[in-house]
Design a protein around this ligand. Sequence first.
Ligand code: FAD
Length: 190
Amino acid sequence: MKSLIVFAHPNPKSFNYALVATVEKSLRARGDEVRMRDLYKANFNPILDSQQLAEVQQGRVPDDVALEQEQVSWADNLIFIYPLWWFDRPAVLKGWFDRVFTNGFAFAYEDGQLQGQLSSKRVMLVITTGGNQADFGIESDQLCTSGTRATLSFCGVDQILQKVFYAVPAVDDAARQAMLLELEGLAESL
Ligand code: FAD
């Protein structure tokens, strides 16, 4: 299997980085080829400006976007790891979707009908929060419906495994170790 891990956290000492390392280790242990896209480290430009929007509308793909699309095309599995920021993805990841999931690459219209182009992909979403589950008042799967999950479904992905780790800064170290262990098992089963 070929797995691409796309992640967005500005701090290499963050718990999110520990999650990334755990997933990478699990996937490599089961024999996957693994590629990583650290969007902050790569200094990915998330801004779809007027010039780029015009290019996209003319069917032209900027070089940095072509590189990201090649990675997505290569992968069987896409794994997104990020902290919940204002009930959504960090802006750099939202911008990654804005720029990379273009019409003709991630979706297309044929005879006026939407055709998701990424239906062969399996996706895992790993999300951390500051808040407790009880504070949200909704189930984990609803937490991401408006953002990443809806985007992926629009593009034809129907195999989405989702894991939310709640209140990671507030729980104790033992609880965070248990989260890492749980994620190890989930990644193995992807
Ligand atoms: P960190 O703060 O990096 O780490 C948490 C703890 O884990 C720290 O004590 C750290 O030392 C420890 N740790 C690091 N590595 C390890 C390891 N290997 N093993 C064990 N422990 C380790 N939260 C919400 O619930 N809803 C929101 O809408 C929301 N919006 C936000 C918007 C912004 C702009 C920001 C900055 C935060 C927001 N938050 C929100 C909070 C955010 O989701 C959490 O702070 C984040 O998910 C925590 O993950 P982290 O990786 O940053 O944790």
